[in-house]
Design a binder for this molecule. Structure first.
Ligand code: OAK
Length: 858
């Protein structure tokens, strides 16, 4: 064994050796020392990267000082903790956030200037920590910021992926993917805890009720301090790296078996290598489940180890810890906590179940069926045999508890099968043993279900297990929380309605307004008379009274123009395309997906293009110039999403090079969209698109970021758009599209539906005509237009005409700049509700029962 879970006894350090904060040198001196001794260069001339390193390693020390104090204080006070379990944390960059949250901007700003740089320049040297895909991962990052800001005792737990989200490039207009080496320059923001390593087992068998794994690895902890804003509290994100039990087999090496010598190391390192390994292969699927048990087991073992230092009775766990499971990825926690309580702590089943169901809580983030994880029983039983046993027992006890109720319901139904059903029965079915009607009725509640697509294959429904094994299940926007009660969890909701909650998402106003939009932030502070709004966003309503003030509107507009210039510069540097700043900047940035309908956006672009081409030179003057900006990544295996990217880039090639259109229309695809690009794109946007088919986007969170930055929204009545419309006034939003409640019926009717709009046909013909390579977009067009091949599942045809109507409204309003600016001000003024501070406060009070425990200022 190369590593042991030592956690050796600490010896007290003599007081005189303890470094006192007040003795600390000025930032400037410290930075120079870091540049000399950590970076190892002569400080007479430093590159931006070297200066970044010097500054970051200095800020790190301030961060760690406050972190240590917070953690020591919490150890002493022993408050209840929230543990946020998530496969994704999309943290982005840390420097600016840390400097500002720690209140170091004055001191460090000055020191950085003396080095000849600006904080912004140095920040651009930092690699993004892209340990997430999209919404769910960035939400987790915003939550950590708010948990620390509200001084709530809380840690995040996840995986320290060696490669983050893939880097996206463009090759011939198609997405290309390359690995994200985010750790190449080192990472000043983490503290390796090499001694803190937990054993994680896989495979093997269950012997005398205990699991004997065949394979074991270590989960090694890395702490990432999370500074709160306006508080001394610094929370923690603990990420685990996977290491082998033994690195290197010398004997194999000496026998010339070089690859065998490092086999275990390579296999272990695969576990924390990449986010969501491709699950097209059996190995890939198993690897995903390995990742899940890996970080969940490490997190729970870690928590129990700390808990046991001060508590003897496991029954107290629910009063000291709450684990929030961020979607289905961490839901193996139900079985793992049961296993640890029973097999390791020696508790009886019922006591363990009581503790488990009181300590866990579950959030659902999507209704897309492909994202609701269901593991084949075969895979689970092979990789985690003891967990599978526990899951079977949970399922069987659960169904037993429902048997009486179901029996009486079945008993009150007609015994005979309906005649038409009976007639349908095939000979094959008739040959099968008769199904017990009670068992059949219980199946809808079952964790273990039959795969509807593969007869005889059983699956573990992780979302069902999470709901059964936890104290609460919540959706992430009002409509989404209603939808899951009527669909995915309908039967569970009917059994225990009190378990179901809504927690509308929020985003941190620090990163997403105060720091990414310093111009607007300064104006808001000046107007409101203080910067308290940064943590009390309700105060933003104070801007409403200035919405009609022409002088204020002018200042507001000039800040937007500066931000548009920054965005134009970014576009130029990333794509080579020049875009005029007098055009309306229209943005859609999010994962590329058919339900998010970037292709609907492109259909309207084609329509606009054709209208400009058809117009006379005189008529063309009436068009509002538009720059349509798209960013986002497509999942590697998602062919249609990749085609949608090709659609955007191909339209860009045609439109941007057409002299007839000139500056009236530009289409830009910004490659490699990530957190820090969003920080420049959002403040520069004037209208943003949130146009998912009603009922499909759980919440959306970029909609909130755009709203905060005074960017108008064109959107469907879906996800949090609905609540944003309530707050900002529906009349101030460009709302279009069908209603979520009609989706089921419309999908049925689509087979016979024709889009009654000549523009639709024109767009379809253009996309399949000779402008592009023969057949290039045929599949995409067929999907939405050829009902013999597909059924336009996301209802682009139904929404097309109304969408174009809303687009026209945008142009009309933009011509009246005062009216436009007024709305923009009203958006920011009414965005207070969408702070993640509000959201986290609700989680803390209504689910977690965790109370603030602020570190005293002295
Ligand atoms: C990712 C993987 C599996 C399941 C869900 C996701 C995800 O990112 N969902 C997104 O979560 C966001 C935060 O709640 C929501 O705002 C998005 O609507 C949702 O798609």
């Amino acid at each position: 064994d190369t590593k042991k879970k030592t956690n050796g006894k600490a010896k007290p350090v003599p007081m005189e050796l303890i470094r006192v904060d007040q003795q600390k040198a000025a930032a400037e001196t410290e930075i120079l020392r870091k540049i000399a001794y950590q970076v190892g260069v002569d400080a007479e001339s430093v590159t931006a990267q070297q200066a970044y390193q010097g500054v970051a390693w200095t800020v790190r020390e301030r961060l760690i000082d406050a972190f240590n104090k917070t953690q020591a204080y919490w150890r002493e006070k022993d408050p209840k903790f929230i543990y946020y379990l998530s496969a994704e944390f999309l943290m982005g960059r840390t420097l600016t956030n840390a400097v500002n949250n720690l209140g170091l901007e004055g001191e460090f700003g000055e020191a950085i200037r003396k080095l000849g740089y600006s904080l912004e320049e140095l920040q651009s040297q930092e690699q993004n920590a892209s340990l997430g895909n999209g919404g769910l991962g960035r939400l987790a990052a915003c939550f950590l910021d708010s948990i620390a800001t509200l001084s709530l005792p809380g840690w995040g737990y996840g995986i320290r992926y060696r490669y983050g989200m893939f880097r996206q490039g463009l090759e011939n207009g198609y997405q290309s993917e390359s690995p994200d080496y985010w750790l190449t320059n080192g990472n000043p923001w983490e503290i390796p805890r090499r001694e803190l390593a937990y054993k994680i087992g896989f495979y093997g068998s269950v012997q005398q009720g205990k699991w004997v794994p065949d394979e074991q690895v270590y989960a090694v902890a890395y702490d990432n301090p999370i500074p709160g804003y306006g508080t001394k509290t610094v929370g923690n994100l603990r990420l685990f790296d996977c290491q082998p039990m033994s690195e290197f087999k010398l004997a194999s090496f000496n026998e010339g078996k070089y690859s065998e010598a490092t086999d275990a190391k390579r296999k272990a390192e695969d576990i924390s290598a990449v986010l969501y390994p491709n699950d097209a292969t059996e190995y890939g699927r198993e690897l995903r489940l390995k990742q899940q048990i890996f970080f969940v087991s490490a997190a729970i073992q870690d928590t129990l180890a700390r808990f046991k230092k001060t508590h003897k009775d496991m029954k107290e766990l629910p009063s000291k810890a709450c684990f929030q499971m961020n979607d289905t990825h961490p839901t193996i926690a139900v079985a793992e906590l049961m296993r640890l309580l029973i097999d390791q702590e020696g508790l009886k089943w019922d006591a363990a179940w009581d503790i488990t169901t009181k300590s866990l809580a579950f959030t659902n983030h999507t209704v897309m069926p492909e994202a609701l994880e269901k593991w084949p029983v075969k895979v689970m039983a092979k990789l985690l045999p003891r967990h599978m046993e526990i899951i079977e027992k949970i399922d069987s006890i659960w169904k037993d508890s429902l048997r009486a109720k179901v029996t009486s319901e079945v008993g009150s139904q007609p015994k005979q099968a309906a005649p038409e059903k009976a007639a349908e029965a095939t000979k094959e079915a008739a040959a099968e043993p008769p199904v017990d009607p009670v068992e059949a009725a219980l199946a809808k509640y079952s964790i273990i279900t039959e795969n509807p697509w593969e007869k005889g294959v059983k699956l573990v429904n992780m979302a069902f297990m999470a709901t059964i094994g936890s104290k609460s299940t919540n959706g992430v926007a009002a409509i989404h929380s209603e939808i899951i009660k009527e669909t995915i969890f309908k039967d569970f909701y009917e059994l225990s309605p009190e378990k179901f909650q809504n927690k509308t998402n929020g985003v941190t106003p620090r990163r997403w307004l105060a720091y990414c939009n310093p111009g607007l932030s300064k104006l808001i502070t000046k107007t409101l008379g203080s910067d308290e709004w940064i943590s009390k966003t309700d105060q933003l309503t104070g801007l409403k009274q200035h919405a009609d003030d022409k002088a204020f509107q002018k200042q507001w507009r000039s800040i937007k123009l500066e931000n548009k210039q920054r965005l134009a510069d970014l576009i130029k540097s990333k794509t080579g395309i020049s875009v005029p700043t007098n055009a309306l900047y229209d943005v859609q940035i999010k994962r590329i997906h058919e339900y998010k309908r970037q292709h609907l956006n492109m259909f309207s672009v084609v329509n606009r293009y054709l209208e400009i081409k058809a117009a006379s030179p005189e008529e063309r003057k009436k068009f509002v110039p538009r720059v349509v900006i798209i960013g986002g990544k497509a999942a590697s295996a998602y062919v249609m999403a990749k085609k949608m990217i090709k659609l955007v880039t191909s339209l860009g090639d045609v439109i941007n090079n057409d002299p007839e259109v000139s500056d009236l229309l530009k289409v830009v695809f910004i490659p490699d969209y990530n957190v820090s690009l969003a920080e420049t794109i959002i403040p520069g946007a004037e209208v943003s698109q949130h146009i998912s088919t009603a009922g499909t986007e759980a919440s959306g969170t970029s909609n909130m970021k755009f709203q905060m930055n005074g960017c108008l929204i064109i959107g469907t009545m879906d996800g949090a758009n609905i609540e944003i419309a309530q707050e900002s006034g529906k009349e101030n939003m460009f709302v279009f599209g069908v209603d979520a409640k009609d989706i089921g019926r419309l999908r049925e009717e689509r087979k016979n539906f024709k889009v009654n709009d000549p523009r639709w046909e024109k767009v379809m013909s253009f996309l399949t005509g000779n402008t592009f390579e023969q057949g290039l977009f045929q599949d995409l067009v067929d999907n939405v237009n050829d009902m013999s091949k597909a059924n336009d599942w996301f209802l682009l045809g139904n929404d097309f005409t109304d969408y174009l109507r809303a687009q026209d409204e945008i142009d009309v309003l933009y011509k009246d700049q005062d009216a436009w600016t007024k709305r923009s001000i009203l958006y920011t003024a009414s965005s207070g509700f969408f702070s993640s501070d509000r959201c986290i406060d609700q989680y803390a009070k209504e689910i977690w029962d965790v109370k603030p425990c602020p570190v005293p200022s002295s």
